[in-house]
Design a protein around this ligand. Sequence first.
Ligand SMILES: [Zn+2]
Length: 382
Amino acid sequence: MDAAVKITSELIKKKTITPEDDGAIKFLTNILSASNFSCQEIHSGNVKNLFARWGPKNPEKTIGFNGHVDVVPPGDTTLWEVDPFSGIVKDGEIIGRGAVDMKSAVAAFTAAAVEFADSNKPNGSIVIAITGDEEGEAINGTKAILQWMLEQDERVPHFIVGEPTSKETLGDMVKIGRRGSLTAFFSSSGTQGHTAYPHLASNPINSINTLITSILNETLDQGSEHFEPSTLSFTTIDVDNVSNNVIPAKCEATLNIRFNDLHTSETIIAWLNKHIEKTNKKHQAHISMNVKVSGESFINGNSPFVKMVTKEIKDTLNINPILSTSGGTSDARFIKEFSEVLELGLVGKTMHKVNEKVKVDEIVNLKNLYKSILERYFTEEI
Ligand SMILES: [Zn+2]
């Protein structure tokens, strides 16, 4: 059995629902240190992370791989064909939580790095940065590793995140940026009253309704060179009212916006404030807003690093990958502050689903691709 498949299976056996580690970081540390990686466990809050480096500190060339070993809960396990934490390899595939998101990729780049390290002398360094907090709040994960790296002056000019980016077949899509994400929580306070005497009350549903309509009637943009148009979705409208003859005192709504590089969270917030002001004026209402920014949008463009990886995918898999910025946020949003970062991984169709699965051939193909990227990285000019 290929080492990458074996590592995937072993990792899936570890119940690593965020922030549980269940020995995953220790397991990877043992593999990497056996091939002369110097390993450092980085603890933050209740999360275990790993920083491993093969080769000297800060040579001219250092390439890093980033991934997470934590997973989302399996949900109702009776719906699964097998125990989601069994790690059983059967009929050429592994069904299990984390099979594509993203224990296979962690296994693939770990095995690729080990194979490369065992048969080459360093003319640069390889860094493996693994976190146990990506699916959760992500505050004790890659962010904490990067903070530690900053304090230790560990520099990694190029990073690959192994998130499942491929669409139909391995390598058909590389992510070179991501949309930003922002959630706005609106609250309108009115005056509670009797529905028979609405003139004595002030109904906050009316102002929230106007606000929602006003926001939905505008489009943020038509998309940009590397980005699809920004999108917005209202996700809750809450009144929490049990009576049908009482005008409620409060109405709340939640809006999530995925925005491209034509905006920043600041310009989006200003845009939302304009809608609020207009609505408050119209209804003499009191709508307030709280905002949570999960990440700004970013783009890596067509850099030499992106070109090198694209070329390797073409040579190894005979595919011209689409350079995309679609999908949700990932830890690349933190890494981009320090390094050039791109994301390349398996086909993500079953991620977070019941019977999440991966073909063992795909794990091996991904490992071989990561390995040939390493070979190219250390022989070509970047
Ligand atoms: Zn993931």
